[in-house]
Write a protein that binds this ligand. Structure first.
Ligand SMILES: CC(C)(COP(=O)(O)OP(=O)(O)OC[C@H]1O[C@@H](n2cnc3c(N)ncnc32)[C@H](O)[C@@H]1OP(=O)(O)O)[C@@H](O)C(=O)NCCC(=O)NCCS
Length: 339
């Protein structure tokens, strides 16, 4: 039995295809209630990295059969000591040392790049939730990683949305939000708000719990917002945004975004939601989320569910999500390992 690990890049279609087959098989076994992994989603993420991210990939073969892969995401502009790792072994070939061999190769790559820390996100079960494999956590612990931040994944099933309740919550939120108005857009942020979106995006690491993760805030300016938009477009993602404008200053002071992949129209991912600290306490978070949900539903008739992830102790955001009807599914843990 011989395990061979070979680096590849985005010009090597056969390796990308093989990695996709491993990822899809892994997802079907580990997360059977999630939509099947889309080839377009997988491949476009490798071909169009987020601005300021450099990728390193490798494929593992066992007696010439592709059985595992990793992708390392190397931030270039901030967090330059860190690397995020995605590593999957085909379910039929686990517990034969492939994961460890891939990991050891990843460590060699990272040492060569002067990186000091690996971060990886792994799923686990919640007491009332669906079955989830414990393998990722055992693997990470065996390699010496530690849990650094616990998140809970919640899902909103669109058919179950209580619109009468949302009407009441929205009316109440609007009453508390005098002097503010909402604005919605798809894709490209209106020029007048682009710097404010960058400011709000930069605040995320400061304002949401990050547990023991060693992370610096990202410096997101208007140019970087535009670069992110170009990547999302290149990946074929549809982005639905809603913001809140403070009428006296004309500034965008709250913002939320949901992403849909047109090839998977039943599913959406809630991304960032953030309210500028100077404007909290006016129900702007609830306001912007209900408005964006309705904006999304008006444009995505096939939508069935929306997924969201929050730090387990992010009580304000979780309270808003629960009011909208999101319910906990499983637990995701950021594991961190110092090299
Ligand atoms: C986690 C994963 C990558 C492990 O791959 P693998 O090829 O089975 O891992 P290895 O055979 O190299 O195991 C390495 C060590 O991890 C631990 N481990 C892995 N699977 C385990 C299991 N099912 N039960 C207990 N320990 C386990 C063991 O300590 C093992 O060493 P040992 O066999 O000498 O005891 C694989 O299960 C997988 O792809 N899971 C889904 C994706 C994921 O969770 N990735 C995590 C890394 S980002």
């Amino acid at each position: 039995m011989s395990i061979v690990i070979a680096s590849f890049d985005d010009s090597e279609q056969a390796a990308i295809d093989a990695a996709f087959r491993v990822a899809a098989a892994g997802q079907a076994v580990d997360l059977p209630d999630m939509p099947a992994l889309s080839r377009q989603v997988f491949e476009s993420a490798l071909r169009h990295p987020m601005p300021g991210r450099s990728l390193r990939m490798a494929l593992a073969t066992l007696d010439d059969v592709p059985v595992g892969y990793f992708v390392l995401y190397l931030p270039q502009w901030e967090n330059v000591d860190n690397a995020s790792l995605e590593l999957v072994v085909h379910p039929a070939y686990r517990r034969r040392g492939v994961g460890r061999a891939l990991y050891e190769h990843a460590v060699r790559v990272l040492r060569g790049q002067g990186r000091k820390r690996i971060i990886a996100t792994l799923v686990g079960p919640l007491p009332e939730g669906p079955d989830r494999p414990a393998v990722g956590a055992r693997f990470a612990a065996a390699l010496g990683a530690r849990p650094a931040l616990g998140e809970v994944h919640r899902r909103l099933v669109v058919d179950g949305v209580d619109h009468a309740l949302l009407d009441r919550l929205l009316a109440d939120a609007r009453e508390r939000a005098t002097g503010y108005r909402t604005v919605s857009w798809q894709g490209v942020t209106p020029e007048e708000y682009v710097a404010d979106v960058g400011y709000l995006d930069s605040r995320l690491v400061l304002d949401s719990p990050i547990g023991d993760l060693v992370l610096e805030p990202e410096r997101v300016d208007a140019e970087r917002v535009r670069a992110i938009e170009r990547v999302l477009t290149a990946r074929g993602r549809a982005a639905y945004h809603c913001g809140v404008v403070h009428e006296a200053s004309g500034r965008l002071v709250a913002w939320t975004m949901i992403i849909v992949v047109p090839s998977v129209p039943r599913h959406a991912d809630q991304q960032i939601t953030i309210v500028d600290p100077a404007h909290r306490g006016h129900r702007l978070g609830l306001l912007v989320k209900i408005e964006n949900l309705r904006y999304l539903l008006a444009h995505e008739p096939e939508l069935h569910e929306i997924d969201t992830w929050n730090a387990a102790d992010n009580s304000y955001m979780i309270a808003i999500n629960e009011q909208l009807g999101f319910r906990a599914v499983d637990a995701w843990t950021y594991w961190q390992l110092d090299l």
